[in-house]
Design a protein around this ligand. Structure first.
Ligand code: NAD
Length: 286
């Protein structure tokens, strides 16, 4: 197996490094020159990846990027290749891509992730997996190298469906945690003590412990490093919009999810998209 890894950003680089560490033969590609220069096993071009690799992993920002890269790869290869998309994109695009690839004789698995760059670095991501059993079996050694929890939901697209629901919880939780910290600050509580309380009590969550929205209490959280992402606010806004679209398409009311989508969209439109999503706190604490 020769792996082409496309999209070497916050998540892609540490994921690709896990695969290399576990002995996979891998070439990486990214359109950002600086990112590519910093990656030891970089390809010269996407064409080189198409020519040399039989398995493609994508870790790209949005559906449009995945569609564009797949289009370029498909114009240069013949079946059968395995396409493993770990990006977070919309369910409808994923199902379309899966049908298109399957019709051409390729394999496709959608496997978006949860866990952030820390879990990506330690090979302990959670994968939400959709695809035919045969293709999921082929992808499993790769997924097992990058992740600890592999949950198979069913046909292609079900991984993205699970991810949309999962990230809706994250977005709503981020707003709840931020609002509670804003109130605690307004009430002149010691925020370090408040963090200590919540992290060991019923208010505990991954978002609270790893993305505490105020600088100080969690030294490794983005808030303690000028909100350097982590998980950029524009990606959170995108994910909440994907959940909103999925809710609309399935006729399920998601009132808090829709409110979270609106708040993060406004935050990004105000020029904060490249900050970690926990910086939403700044728009709440007046
Ligand atoms: P990122 O912006 O850090 O990285 C994306 C990379 O893709 C960039 O380096 C960019 O240059 C590259 N890229 C864009 N278009 C390209 C193209 N056409 N060809 C090749 N490279 C291209 O994003 P990220 O944080 O690594 O997130 C990637 C995906 O993973 C997103 O869908 C995101 O929603 C999801 N995700 C991120 C996190 C997180 O904590 N950052 C967690 C879970 C899921």
């Amino acid at each position: 197996m020769k792996v082409g890894f496309i999209g070497l950003g916050t998540m892609g680089t540490p994921m690709a490094k896990c695969l290399i560490h576990d002995g996979f033969d891998l070439l990486g590609w990214d359109t950002d020159e600086e990112t590519l220069l910093g990656f030891d096993s970089a390809a010269d071009s996407l064409e080189q990846i198409a020519q040399c690799c039989d398995t493609f992993i994508t870790m790209l920002p949005e559906g449009q990027h995945v569609r564009s890269v797949y289009g370029q790869l498909l114009s240069q290869i013949e079946a059968p290749h395995l396409f493993l998309d770990c990006s977070t994109i919309d369910v409808a695009s994923t199902r379309d891509l899966a049908m298109q690839l399957t019709a051409l004789g390729h394999g496709f698995v959608d496997a978006p992730v949860s866990g952030g760059r820390e879990a990506a670095s330690s090979g302990s991501l959670s994968f939400m997996i959709g695809g035919d059993a045969e293709h999921v079996d082929a992808a499993r050694p790769l997924l097992a190298s990058m992740g600890k929890k592999l949950i198979e939901f069913g046909d292609a697209g079900t991984g993205q469906a699970a991810k949309a629901c999962h990230n809706m919880i994250c977005g709503i939780t981020a707003l709840g945690v931020s609002e509670a910290f804003a109130l605690a600050d307004a009430l002149e509580l010691d925020l370090g003590k408040f963090f200590h309380l919540c992290s060991g009590a019923a208010a505990q969550s991954w978002i609270l412990e790893n993305r505490c929205p105020v600088p100080g209490p969690a030294p490794n959280a983005p808030a303690s490093s000028d909100y350097t992402p982590g998980f950029a606010a524009y990606l959170m806004a995108k994910d909440l919009e994907l959940a909103r679209q999925a809710a609309e398409a399935s006729n399920q009311r998601t009132e808090f999810g829709a409110a979270a989508a609106r708040r993060f969209r406004e935050f990004v439109e105000a020029g904060n998209g490249d900050l970690d999503f926990s910086a939403i706190y700044r728009s709440i604490r007046k």
